[in-house]
Ligand binder design. Structure first.
Ligand SMILES: Cc1cc2nc3c(=O)[nH]c(=O)nc-3n(C[C@H](O)[C@H](O)[C@H](O)COP(=O)(O)O)c2cc1C
Length: 188
């Protein structure tokens, strides 16, 4: 027997993006976004309602996407439940340290070890909200999360979001090599 839940945005896992932008006065803002993903090889998309962040990237034309991590789950949740419109110093209150991207006009956060540094490519705004598409100009990663020069998710411990239960998980158990484990069946 299956239970039908009708219309739900349940995709597992969803990412936990921390969007970094600059406020009008040059201070940093951060917000959490899970309705998001890769749009094309070098593009990300985020589905948004109106926030301080949306005003910011419309003005600056840039944003960063850091991956929320197990170590900073509390801080990453906080920036998703408090708006920069009401708490302008929310980044400082979260204890996150903004660092100016070398590539785009937006900050990433020192505590979050991997960031996509993006320029706004397209903003689609209609009655369903705001769809942001960004060009990934650079990916930066702290050396502490690299193994053999590549980003090691076991070291990074990125969070994923479970929308059915509103929970964060990590998903680091290695299972098999992608594009390889199925070869055995293809060759049968
Ligand atoms: C786990 C989680 C996921 C979220 N995902 C989104 C999202 O995908 N789109 C969105 O518009 N808001 C999302 N939010 C809500 C925003 O992060 C929240 O409204 C935030 O306060 C906006 O901050 P700002 O006004 O400073 O930009 C999410 C919040 C949490 C906690």
């Amino acid at each position: 027997m299956r239970k039908n839940f009708k219309e739900q945005s349940w995709v597992f896992p969803m990412p936990v993006f921390i969007l970094g932008t600059y406020n009008e006065i040059g201070t940093a803002n951060a917000m959490t976004a899970a309705w998001a993903g890769i749009y094309d090889t070098n593009k990300v998309f985020v589905s948004l309602s109106s926030h301080k962040t949306t005003d910011n990237f419309k003005r600056t034309g840039a944003f960063t996407v850091s991956f929320a991590t197990k170590e900073y789950a509390k801080e990453c949740d906080y920036v998703g439940i408090v708006s920069g419109n009401k708490v302008p110093d929310k980044v400082a209150r979260a204890g996150l340290t903004p660092v100016k991207s070398e590539f785009v006009n937006a900050p990433y956060f020192d505590e979050l070890n991997v960031a996509l540094e993006c320029e706004v490519s397209k903003i689609i705004e209609d009655e369903d909200g705001i769809k942001l598409i960004g060009d990934i100009i650079n990916v930066s990663a702290d050396e502490s999360v690299l193994t053999n020069g590549k980003i090691d998710t076991e070291k990074l411990e990125p969070l994923s979001f479970d929308p059915a239960n509103n929970r964060y998980y990590t998903i680091n158990e290695y299972v098999a090599d992608a594009f390889k484990v199925g070869i055995e069946l293809r060759n049968k």
